[in-house]
Write a protein that binds this ligand. Structure first.
Ligand SMILES: Nc1ncnc2c1ncn2[C@@H]1O[C@H](COP(=O)(O)OP(=O)(O)OP(=O)(O)O)[C@@H](O)[C@H]1O
Ligand code: SF4
Ligand SMILES: [Mg+2]
Length: 377
């Protein structure tokens, strides 16, 4: 499949993240929220970052944007944004990057909107703050932005307060603000989890449209693999602060290798489920990030776990294709994996029994995700 947004041009890497770690020092110990993450992102491309609650998605995004603050924060590694070493820039230098070159859309638009200021003024002020334009030019730009994010009757809504708009409209306003200065990269952290299903699709489609029109890079953070199917070029699956599988989207859906990704795929919320279904389908709990299990951190929940998994942590490696990397000793679909499963089934390992019962399996959901991502075509 041809990469979306790159037809006929070779894009350069806009963001390079190398061995990024963000640890929080707490009285109980060190929380390894992000623990050695590496990836790169080209201009005009979208990366989906997927994982359960607490896997480190938000901390990763905020660390790249230099928004993880506090005396107890220990960050190491390298973030190169357009060849600038982000982790070593001063706050003054970052001020020139925030909003202008890097922007973020949050889960709850009320986080980014001021409840007591009319939305038109909020967008106008943002434009004026970052771009050297007159008041009337800023107002015209703001109106254009509101129309661009498909706010109906934008002129009339210019004087509305956030509470007078629906959740979806408010999210459109915060997207307008995020896009106001033409950022080169947009972080969208669960931008639709607070919205109902229909509006969720509209907002995601809007983000995609804007990303493509502007040839902007985007990091789309979500706990739902269904959201990134068909909307991203690549996917990075996070578990306990690490990327455990990374591949072009179509490849990931067609040839899933990591058991955790497989579990996520089996728990894609079905269309007839209530919105914002948190992942509850994977047996067991996410690991304690202060005292994680030895070896592979997914081993207490993995239906294929063997002694080796409980002793040695696998590292991210490529197998058939350099583009597809995963960290697992018994990858899905291999004879070793089948053997491990049968061994665990015979030993009646609880997570293997639960998996075999297939409570959450719905092959049509998986087929649908593969089709959406362009895989298998
Ligand atoms: N300031 C902090 N101090 C200590 N621990 C923190 C801090 N911020 C985040 N954490 C911990 O880091 C881990 C990763 O958190 P993060 O918010 O990145 O998860 P997430 O993947 O975004 O989850 P969700 O899907 O719920 O948004 C969690 O265990 C969280 O409790
Ligand atoms: S290394 Fe072992 S425990 Fe970890 S995901 Fe792979 S099979 Fe499961
Ligand atoms: Mg989060």
């Amino acid at each position: 499949m041809e990469s979306r947004g790159t037809v006929g041009r070779v894009d350069r890497k806009i963001l390079v993240v190398e061995d990024l770690k963000t640890h929080f020092k707490l009285p109980a110990g060190m929380v390894k929220a992000v623990d050695g993450v590496s990836f790169d992102l080209k201009q005009g491309q979208t990366l989906g970052v997927v994982g359960e609650s607490g896997s480190g998605k938000t901390v990763l995004s905020r660390t790249i944007m230099r928004l993880t603050l506090g005396n107890n924060v220990h960050t190491s590694g390298r973030v190169s944004f357009e060849d600038r070493d982000i982790l070593s820039l001063s706050n003054k230098e970052m001020q020139k990057i925030w909003g202008l070159e890097m922007a973020m859309v949050f889960q709850d638009p009320m986080t980014s909107l001021n409840p007591v200021v009319k939305i038109g003024r909020q967008v106008t002020e943002h434009v004026r703050k970052h771009l050297n334009v007159s008041k009337s030019e800023a107002k015209a730009t703001a109106l254009q932005l509101l129309k661009g994010v498909r706010i109906p009757e934008a002129e009339a809504r210019f004087n509305a307060y956030p509470h007078q708009l629906s959740g979806g409209m408010r999210q459109r306003v915060s997207i307008a603000i995020a896009l106001a200065c033409g950022p080169k990269i947009l972080f969208a952290d669960e931008p639709t989890t607070a919205l109902d299903v229909t509006v969720q699709h509209q907002i995601l489609n809007l983000l995609n449209l804007q990303q493509q029109e502007r040839h902007m890079a985007m990091i789309l953070v979500t706990h739902d693999l269904g959201v990134v199917a068909g909307r991203t070029n690549d996917i990075a699956v996070m578990y306990a602060g690490k990327i455990v599988e990374k591949a072009p989207t179509w490849m990931l859906f067609s040839r899933v290798q990591h058991p955790y990704t497989e579990a996520l795929l089996r728990s894609i919320p079905r269309t007839n489920q209530k919105n914002h279904t948190r992942l509850s389908a994977i047996a067991g709990r996410p690991p304690d990030l202060i005292n994680p299990p030895q070896g592979c951190k997914f081993s207490p929940r993995c239906p294929y776990a063997q002694d080796k998994c409980r002793e040695e942590e696998p590292t991210l490696q490529a197998a058939q294709s350099d583009e597809h990397q995963f960290a697992c000793w018994y990858p899905v679909g291999t004879p070793e994996n089948k053997e491990a499963f049968e061994k665990n089934l015979a030993a009646q390992l609880p997570q293997t029994l639960a998996f075999a019962e297939g409570k959450v399996v719905d092959e049509s959901v998986i087929d649908n995700a593969v089709a959406l991502s362009g895989g298998g075509s």
